[in-house]
Design a protein around this ligand. Structure first.
Ligand code: FAD
Length: 240
């Protein structure tokens, strides 16, 4: 597809996107960046943990990320970005530096963690750790959340989870033949049983979510409340 003429792109940008400044970029491990953005456009926003933000990469191309936290008084939000290395969003996140301007739409509806009242069971991958942090931040009282992640590098993700202060986490290393999803299935099933009737939150790669739903259904696992949001899919770009 030919690029959109610059004058048109500029006009649409001004109408649809809001501006902020990248105020901090922390390289957590090789593939993760903790990015802080700030500006008057973020002040006074009502942020519901689980919501998404779409960042403008240029030429009206956007990619979606989940605020891990949002301070509406100070106008600051934070994002945990995974650099998978195979797309413009990943390249953009890798290139971000303190002082860079950025443009965004949101926060917009995606998952709604404010609605989760009892124990919850969260599945995802590297792209979901930010959402898991948002869930943890919305967990008050004795609501309990447990997290299972499929990851490419347990060492890297363990470090990121430790930095995020997430507890009740289990990591399963991906395998090329996807057999690791059987381990994920077992972990989810045993954790769900120990929690009673948790609310389920399934995020991350579309194909993993699909396989796990099949495996869990085959066990006659009861999904009392199921929240599903695929964050990316093999063979697709800019899923949201
Ligand atoms: C609601 C929502 C919230 C999200 N929140 C976050 C977040 O907080 N942090 C975060 O890091 N990501 C998050 N994502 C995922 C992120 O938007 C996708 O990974 C997106 O595809 C990245 O864009 P890209 O330009 O790098 O790759 P694309 O151009 O979209 O895809 C290029 C290729 O890369 C592959 N690909 C995409 N993502 C991955 C991946 N993770 N691992 C391996 N291959 C991949 C695609 O299958 C495709 O083949 C979220 C997505 C959604 C929909």
């Amino acid at each position: 597809m030919s690029p959109i003429p610059e004058f048109l792109s500029n006009a649409v940008q001004k109408i649809f996107f809001r501006c902020a400044i990248v105020t901090d970029v922390e390289a957590l491990t090789g593939h993760f960046r903790l990015v802080t953005v700030a500006g008057p456009a973020l002040i006074g926003e009502t942020w519901i943990p689980g919501q998404k933000v779409q960042f403008h990469l240029g030429n009206l191309v956007t990619r979606t990320y989940t605020p891990t936290a949002w301070n509406p008084d100070k106008g600051i939000a934070q994002f945990l970005m995974f650099l998978h290395g195979n797309g413009p969003g990943s390249d953009w996140a890798a290139s971000l530096q303190k002082g860079d301007p950025c443009q965004f739409i949101g926060p917009r509806s995606s998952l709604n963690f404010a609605d989760i009242k009892g124990p919850s069971l969260f599945f995802g991958d590297e792209t979901s750790i930010g959402a898991a942090q948002a869930l943890a931040s919305s967990n008050t009282g004795n609501r309990q959340a447990h997290y299972v992640f499929e990851v490419s590098s347990s060492i890297e993700s363990e470090e990121v989870l430790r930095r995020a202060g997430l507890t009740n986490t289990k990591l399963v290393q991906r395998t090329a033949d996807e057999t690791h999803l059987h381990e994920v299935d077992k972990l989810l099933a045993s954790t769900a049983t120990s929690l009673g009737l948790p609310q389920w939150i399934l995020t991350g790669r579309a194909q993993s979510i699909q396989t796990l739903r099949k495996l869990l259904r085959a066990r006659r696992m009861l999904f009392s409340k199921l929240n599903v949001k695929a964050y990316w899919a093999n063979g697709k770009t800019g899923l949201d």
